[in-house]
Design a protein around this ligand. Structure first.
Ligand SMILES: [Mn+2]
Length: 312
């Protein structure tokens, strides 16, 4: 596979420089309130329908999947067009062998094509707020960079993770999150997402965005506690309310391994998962759709023809 990503110099200094540049770009985006074709406020991004859209789900240190996706979309050509968008749904690290390499590649892509690349935050990028056992990034950092440097670099990861996007809206069409939709659906929710602070309501909204899963729920409140350590299972009525509130047609999220993709909640939710290495029984996939096709979608099932399952 020919790709200039393979020939990137990867000294520790290169890595740190790239990460520092990436942090600056993310800070500048937030400060300016603008991202190419749209607006940004804290962890929330909204833009119009791009010329072409690619969405990549959980990677969990699986470099082979990432490079194959970048190869298939002809990423240099794709990203050179500033009207195209490439969105990563988060969970870059843990479980797989190459978390550090994945971070290197996504930092590189964000630095080189800042207006076209959106980096979202997964639950594996939120360790301080929600510590959990399968988080091997601290260990991987020390293995890769040595103890002293590794600990410093890991701290820097944490500050970068705080700048990742929590919710992306493709106007009139897609509502994009890593895990799921918060169970609070009153008017305050926008404020809670936009002004990510540290009060308990804001923290629980962050937790739900990163950890929630869609399920069939029978009870009146339309959610139940999650089988995971954090987050909730949310029901179809919560999804319906969110689509109404945001004026969108479909939710796209990741967070659960599946056979390439799955549809939940009466054709309102598409789940994509892009990691194969640590999930051999499942298939990896990504979404690649033109703006023209995106324009005509009415629900999540309409996106299925544009889901590409990886042949690995
Ligand atoms: Mn996840």
């Amino acid at each position: 596979m020919k790709s200039d990503l393979h020939i990137l110099a990867r000294t520790d200094d290169d890595f740190v420089n790239n990460m520092d540049r990436c942090i600056k770009i993310l800070q500048m985006e937030r400060k300016s309130g603008r991202i190419l074709g749209g607006k940004i406020r804290n962890g929330f991004i909204e833009f119009g329908i791009p010329e072409n859209l690619v969405i990549v789900g959980d990677l969990h240190g699986d470099v082979k999947s990432l490079l194959l996706i970048l190869h298939e979309i002809k990423y240099e050509e794709f990203l050179a067009n500033e009207n195209n968008k490439l969105i990563f749904l988060g969970d870059y690290v843990d479980r797989g062998a190459n978390s550090i390499e994945i971070l290197y590649y996504i930092f590189y892509l964000k630095c080189k094509y800042p207006g076209s690349v959106v980096l979202m935050r997964g639950n594996h990028e939120a360790p301080i707020e929600f510590p959990f056992p399968s988080h091997d990034l601290p260990l991987k950092s020390i293995e890769h960079f040595g103890k002293e440097k590794g600990e410093i670099i890991y701290k820097k990861f944490l500050s970068l993770f705080q700048l990742l996007t929590l919710m992306t809206i493709v106007r009139n069409k897609l509502l994009i999150v890593h895990g799921g939709l918060p169970t609070i659906t009153n008017k305050d929710i926008h404020k809670l997402i936009l002004d990510e602070g540290q009060n308990s309501k804001q923290k629980s909204v962050l937790e739900e965005l990163l950890w929630n899963d869609p399920r069939p729920i029978q009870n009146a409140k339309n959610w139940e506690v999650s089988r995971r350590v954090y987050g909730k299972h949310f029901g179809v009525e919560i999804t319906r309310r969110w689509l109404e509130m945001t004026g969108t047609k479909a939710v796209v999220r990741s967070h659960e391994p599946c056979q390439g993709f799955k549809i939940n909640h009466e054709n309102m939710i598409l789940t994509l998962f892009s990691c194969k290495e640590s999930y051999q029984k499942f298939e990896a996939s990504y979404l690649h759709v033109s703006g023209q096709h995106l324009f005509s979608i009415g629900n999540a099932s309409d996106l299925i023809p544009y889901v590409k399952v990886l042949d690995i």
